[in-house]
Design a protein. Structure first.
Length: 137
């Protein structure tokens, strides 16, 4: 999987952070909609053939906006989320930065959420391989 010239990985657009909701259920900000339209114009030159997102609301919404602008199909697939952390309490920016720093410097430790960084990498890699089998172009 080292040489994937046709693969474009995109993180979800800006979210409206809501401490009362799990982060996987956050929605996009209004400005994210315009940002997605601008990104779609940049992506058009790369001639993507399909868009596959994680099952998180913010990712599905980002993918749908891009797909609509590009006239492409869009689907979600299990396993493409960044990190499984359902139920983790909301953190302010400084706590979040420190937690992520530890998450990546100690990849085999369960720092927060339901998986380690190493487990997240393995899960994401396997999910990506399944997507590439379905959408080889």
């Amino acid at each position: 999987m080292a040489d994937l010239p046709g693969l474009i990985l995109i993180r979800h657009a800006e979210t409206r952070q809501d401490p009362s909701r799990d982060s996987r259920d956050w929605i996009l900000t209004e400005s994210a909609h315009d940002a997605c339209l601008k990104l779609a114009e940049t992506l058009r030159a790369l001639e993507p053939t399909c868009i596959v997102t994680s099952e998180e609301v913010k990712a599905r919404e980002t993918g749908r906006l891009l797909a609509d602008a590009l006239g492409l199909p869009c689907e979600s697939a299990p396993g493409l989320e960044e990190h499984r952390r359902r139920g983790v309490p909301f953190m302010g920016p400084e706590d979040w930065r420190r937690t992520l720093e530890r998450f990546f410097t100690e990849p085999d430790a369960r720092v927060f959420g339901q998986e380690t960084a190493a487990e997240a990498r393995e899960r994401f890699g396997a999910a990506l391989a399944r997507v590439l089998e379905r959408c080889p172009g």
